[in-house]
Design a protein around this ligand. Structure first.
Ligand SMILES: [Zn+2]
Ligand SMILES: [Zn+2]
Length: 133
């Protein structure tokens, strides 16, 4: 199940909006969802808020997805967006602005794009001498 695909997110937003519309039309005879949100019945107000929050979160996720480039993660070489459920949300190196999966980035001592030769043996960032030996 790929919950993070833009198609699913979009249908979550549309579904919530349609439900709100139906609820407000049938219960408050108003086109506006705020009719449900200020309805005297607490249950209906909760449903209304849940639907609003659902579409809000889905819209936010859509926005985040739009910001993530269609590129593979340099560490695991898998698609940044499609492997979020497996390797974690994308994070970026503040130095080179490359994007990695959170779990991939955490598994490396340093950014592999900024330090391509770093194998992880040296933990001292000030050790410049090992390149001279
Ligand atoms: Zn990765
Ligand atoms: Zn970097």
């Amino acid at each position: 199940m790929n919950q993070l695909s833009p198609k699913n997110l979009l249908s979550a937003v549309v579904g919530a909006v349609i439900l709100l519309e139906i609820l407000s039309l049938s219960l408050t005879s108003s086109h506006y969802p705020w009719g449900v949100l200020s309805h005297p019945s607490l249950g209906l107000r909760i449903i209304g808020w849940v639907l609003i929050c659902q579409s809000g979160f889905a819209l936010m996720a859509l926005g985040v997805m739009a910001l993530i480039p269609d590129k593979p993660c340099p560490i695991c070489c898998r698609d940044l967006k499609r492997f979020i459920p497996v390797y974690g949300i994308p994070v970026f190196c503040p130095r080179c602005m490359s994007m990695f999966h959170q779990n991939c980035f955490k598994s490396k001592p340093r950014c592999p794009v900024c330090f391509p030769q770093d194998e992880g043996e040296s933990t001292n960032p000030l050790d410049f001498t090992r390149d001279w030996t």
